[in-house]
Design a protein around this ligand. Structure first.
Ligand code: GBH
Length: 508
């Protein structure tokens, strides 16, 4: 080689190495788990057969079709009550290990109470679990995914603290009947959004008790979760050897203006009000609600003439009882949002208490069918790192939901890009930020009833033809993509470049 070429070539070589490092793809760690998820109300249908009682989502959709984008409901949904074998087969076809599904409380107990048990409901979930196992898959069961028996709602639902013993009695029946085979449990899916059914009208039961109902329901949900964790600990763990958690949703809050201390402060408060509300009592060393929630809600309450804080308080014995009641951190993560300080919402309300407002960002790519869902994989990496920093590196994190909404087309290129880039940033969290992420469960396995969006916006790896009485399922491009991921255990290198570009989105 000509001597004068040596230096430029060496530089070129270095640049290549550095950029290859930057755009590096990682392989998934050994033992890393893949899965796909569904929930009962969103997929099963069969809302009034085989002795099932009515749930608050039956009531909500029947009485308020106006609150659902297309006026639809989950009466028939994807008919998974009848087609669960095909669903489970789909998980297997993608080479995944876990099938996450939820158990419908009113199918097991039509009135929500343990004096009347519906054997056909027990039989159904026995069939589901046995089918999962005979396909060599791992069943993960969510004990409660928002479909409370209406009868319990009539008694106050989560606003009545007797819900704690009702829920414990329900969970006991679940452990007794299914705990020999189910080793992964989620007690309550996203208590944050369930609480919003008391705060507002968008989710069932739609109580609209702003600034009161949400905190009260959340308080009882946290206690109910802890109660069931201790029940398992005392009566089942030594024999059944399962792991229990509850699913926490969080959209990553980025300060609207990164240089503004006000906006930074808003982002911190938002993290505590949305994730810390439930995570701090359970995962932090000291337990209890985040200090900033206790302070703000108590101050606003007193100033408005309440002789008490609208945020209920735990006794110190309760703080101890609740602290540490999880075996892993179950994280549901979708999008990111910009936040700033400001006042919004009625007085009193959760929104006013937090003093945080969401400010839209048109520069971030997002789903066309779902206003809130941005394609911001770095938000996933950032929240994983935040959890590690905030609650300690010992917690194993399992991504129990991550997925993308669209119009249900087979050629779902954007979903593929979404999943690939989110998994890439998750791998960065594992290898660069040294976080313990043990698995990744895609939401969702099949197109399903998407709560207030009805069927206008769906998350499935498999398309469901809702016009077909047979509800034909067809794998989308993303299903083939996931099958390839589980086989190669590596993300195609092209996506490393895309992820790096997305990570640099303005304002993230
Ligand atoms: C999960 O919630 C649920 O566990 C799952 O059942 C659901 O199918 C999935 O997400 C997809 O939504 O329209 O601006 O008012 C995730 C939390 C709840 C976040 C609904 C977005 C609507 C915000 N999602 N929320 S908005």
């Amino acid at each position: 080689m000509e001597p004068h070429m040596r230096l430029p070539l060496a530089i070129l070589y270095l640049v290549l190495i550095v950029s290859a490092q930057k755009n590096r793809t990682f392989t998934f760690p050994q033992g890393f788990l893949f899965g796909a998820g569904t929930s009962a109300y969103q997929t099963e249908g069969a809302h009034d057969v085989d002795g099932k009682g009515q749930s608050i989502w039956d009531t909500h959709t029947h009485e308020h079709p106006d609150r659902i984008a297309d006026g639809s409901n989950g009466d028939d949904a994807a008919k998974s009550y009848y087609k669960y074998k095909e669903d489970i087969e789909a998980v297997k076809e993608m080479g995944m290990q876990i099938y996450r599904f939820s158990i419908s409380w009113p199918r097991i107990m039509p009135l929500g109470l343990p004096n009347i048990i519906n054997q056909k409901g027990i039989d159904h979930y026995n069939s589901v679990i046995n089918e999962v196992l005979s396909n060599n898959l791992i069943p993960m069961a969510t004990i409660y995914h928002w479909d409370l028996p209406q009868h319990l709602q009539d008694l106050g639902g989560f606003a009545n603290d007797d819900i704690i013993i009702y829920y414990e009695a329900y969970a006991k029946v679940i452990f007794e009947n299914f705990g020999d085979r189910v080793k992964w449990w989620c007690t309550i899916n996203e208590p944050y959004y369930q609480a919003f059914g008391y705060e507002g009208t968008l989710f069932a039961p739609g109580l609209n008790s702003t600034g009161i109902g949400g905190y009260l329901a959340a308080h009882n949900m946290i206690k109910a979760h802890a109660r069931v964790y201790h029940l398992y600990e005392k009566q089942y763990r030594s024999k059944q050897k399962g792991r229990i958690s509850l699913n926490m949703p969080i959209d990553w809050p980025a300060p609207r203006d990164k240089t503004s201390t006000q906006d930074q402060e808003a982002a911190k408060i938002e993290l505590e009000f949305s994730l810390g509300w439930f995570a701090h009592p359970i995962y932090s060393k000291e337990g209890d609600y985040p200090q900033v929630m206790k302070d703000r809600i108590s101050n606003f309450s007193l100033a408005a003439g309440f002789p008490f804080s609208r945020l209920p308080s735990f006794t110190s014995a309760e703080v101890e009882y609740i602290r540490g009641t999880a075996d892993y951190f179950a994280l549901n993560q979708y999008g990111s949002k910009h936040v700033a300080k400001g006042e919004q919402g009625p007085d009193p309300s959760f929104d006013r208490d937090s003093g945080v407002v969401m400010t839209g960002n048109k520069k971030w790519p997002s789903s066309r069918t779902s206003k809130w869902e941005t394609i911001t994989p770095k938000g996933l990496r950032d929240i994983i790192a935040w959890i590690r920093k905030e609650y300690g590196e010992e917690w194993e994190i399992l991504i129990t939901e991550n997925g993308f909404a669209d119009g249900g087309q087979l050629n779902d290129t954007l979903r593929v890009g979404y999943l690939a880039t989110y998994m890439t940033d998750m791998l960065k969290a594992i290898y660069i930020d040294k976080c313990k992420v043990i698995g990744y469960i895609v939401w969702s396995l099949i197109d399903s009833f998407e709560w207030m969006s009805g069927y206008t916006s769906t998350f499935g790896l498999y398309q469901v033809d809702f016009k077909d009485p047979e509800r034909k399922r067809t794998p989308k491009q993303s299903a083939y993509f996931m099958a390839n991921i589980t086989k190669t255990r590596e993300i195609p290198s092209f996506y490393a470049i895309v992820t790096n570009k997305l990570d640099k989105l303005e304002g993230l």
